[in-house]
Ligand binder design. Sequence first.
Ligand code: NI
Length: 285
Amino acid sequence: MLFDSHAHLNNDMPQEDRAAMIKKVEEAIEAGLLDYVMDVGFDLESSKLAADHAAAFSWCYAAAGCHPHDTKDMDDMQLALIKGLARKDKVMAIGEIGLDFHYDHSPRDVQREWFRKQIRLANELKMPIVIHSREADQEVMDILKEEGAFSEERKSWFAKRPDTAGYVSADGECPDARVLLHCFSGSAELGRQYVKLGATLSIAGPVTYKNNRKTVAVVSEIPLDFLLVETDSPYLTPEPFRGKKNAPPLVEYTAAKVAEIKGLSLEEVAAATKANAMRFYGIRG
Ligand code: NI
């Protein structure tokens, strides 16, 4: 029923914790709650592990890339190895890549350099891009534009997407640049700008947090055609489990909040966001 469009089964954690998380996913699939999980890389090792998970589990797909936090350890050899992983079966996107000026775990110039190089890689391979952006909104958008992530050429590689509300274009469908703003935390205005450029927004657990009016406004304003749901497990646990470890089945609580905001049923939001995620990542059902 649900597609968790962004999780980290590949995180650095004890083997028994990983096994427990995978077991929770399999139980939720058995129960008909969850269908797919996208395991997203953040450095070379985690990208390898995500690709291994995708090869091992029918419900798992992978993204390969280096997170801004980890760019301080990047080099051209690792980029070549990430490129090799990206070509594997069931590795569907380059990500997560971007800028994080909140933690500054890597120098900003280094973050910028590898963000650009990995957008170029995604363009070379004609693959979707998964973006991490924190306290760097303007620069992330500028770099995406400068590197051609929203170019007409890039949009021509991908099928158009539904636009049932005529939000971008009056004819019922609009261009898709296959650029995903993961755990979107910007304003409704920024969300609108991104969607019009051809991007997709992914909503995570923080939408369930008390007083998060900003993300509630995003969900209320942006049509469901342009939204995905995710957990970012093991981080960002939704209410009412905030403070505990997150796992992909809890994507239900984020989807339920989206449904409440939009006045739809959980089933409707699950079906639409799953279809959106499959189209975004290029997965055939
Ligand atoms: Ni993540």
